[in-house]
Design a protein around this ligand. Sequence first.
Ligand SMILES: Cc1cc2nc3c(=O)[nH]c(=O)nc-3n(C[C@H](O)[C@H](O)[C@H](O)COP(=O)(O)O)c2cc1C
Length: 205
Amino acid sequence: MTHDEQHLDTTPLNEWLKGRHALTGLAPDWDLGAIPDDPRTLFATWLRAAAADRVPEPHTVTLATVDADGLPDARTLILKRIDERGWAFASTRSSRKGAQLAASPAAALNFWWQPQVRAVRVRGRVEEATREESAADLAARSPAARAEVADGDWVLWRIVPTRIEFWQGSRDRRHTRVIFDAAAGGWSRTIVGGRADLTSEDGAT
Ligand SMILES: Cc1cc2nc3c(=O)[nH]c(=O)nc-3n(C[C@H](O)[C@H](O)[C@H](O)COP(=O)(O)O)c2cc1C
């Protein structure tokens, strides 16, 4: 630590932070009476809506993992695909996240689409895709990006979700959350907050 850092006065920064506002975007209409049974359908709708509203790079996402000691880590990644098995991202096996996923194959994703006051959380165990899928993902990258990767190091992983939360903020602070929990043969769904005609824990199927 340098002399300057030891004497860093963070008071102005903290004053500035105190004056910041959040949740200043404009939430789209959300019909809570028409929530699909499959969270991937709702996610696809929200992702498309974010893109249509020109949310910058709505497919970028924070990925959280834990290391062998249980210490969390997080970084930004690109969402590569979403299919019947889960949400996929790609990186190198030799990276920190690669080591963390080998030691503890579970992760969480967090999307935040500020202009729409929307966030999505996905968590679950992580599975490695087949070698063919990882190779296909690598092949789709630019030659320059491919050149940086050692043979066999590129991996596509999937989060197989056990819980997915859709959150939408509201100017009147009646924020809404729709939570999907994996249940036998499908999903159980809980709506928290939101519309005045819904109770605070209005469980649906
Ligand atoms: C917008 C954005 C997208 C990124 N996409 C990826 C990605 O798809 N795969 C990847 O390995 N790193 C990506 N990175 C870099 C990661 O954030 C991270 O720095 C890197 O993967 C090393 O992480 P690790 O040390 O936790 O393994 C991206 C960074 C940003 C800011």
